[in-house]
Design a binder for this molecule. Sequence first.
Ligand SMILES: [Zn+2]
Length: 273
Amino acid sequence: MQLTDTHCHLDYHKFNSDRAEVIQRAVDSGLIRLLVPGLQHRSSQDAVLLAESNPSVYAAVGFHPTDLEEFSENNFKEVKELAKHAKVVAVGEIGIDYYWVKENEKRALQREALKQQLQFAKEINKPVILHMREENDAWFGEASVDLLRILEEWQSGLQGALAEKPGVLHSFNGTLETAQKALALNFYIGITGPVTYKNAEKKREIVKQLPLDMILIETDSPFLSPIPVREKRNEPYFIRHIADKIAEIHSKSPAEIAQITTANAERLFAWGD
Ligand SMILES: [Zn+2]
């Protein structure tokens, strides 16, 4: 079984004491690739260093919407330099977060930083990893509206391979309608641990409606641990619990889900060639 974790924050301090073991455990269990997204310039640099020293690890670079006090001209320049590295496969994670950020001014800055980073992704012809979180963790609201509007505008200016596979809505927590609008713009949908939660019937209903060839699976380690390891720190090794749940939802075998989602990730991030 060949699995891919398209979103794990292995640079995070919670892995400081056993990072090498965590990666080894993942690789030994059949994870062929792990993608570490950046949160600002330092985290992006750490992601690139991890990718440099581990054959199975790849990196993305960017500024997360809740880390924008770091979004300066100089730091952005640094991130642009990092993006030249051969193992940087995407710009991310970038996006809109109205859960942690309530002030209008700061929300406007999120949209501005997102637009600038989308423009950069277009220039270097790489897909984007998108974060979207609503105020009060609602299913739908201003974050979905603003993100879709910005993506629609960006997507209409794309050409070639990037227009066909512009990126992924990571750890998707929106409505079916939002997912369908993103799919219509050729975005993949990333599924994380909460799909396994007992009270996530509505989420599973949505996942059931998604075409399997547009789903990516991701742990978002060290966050969002799936059942049955919800009390533990999350790590890429636990991706199998998400694959198992999607297999159940779509009436497939876990091996089929592993194969399909690994192929999806390979298509989007073009790391197979
Ligand atoms: Zn993340």
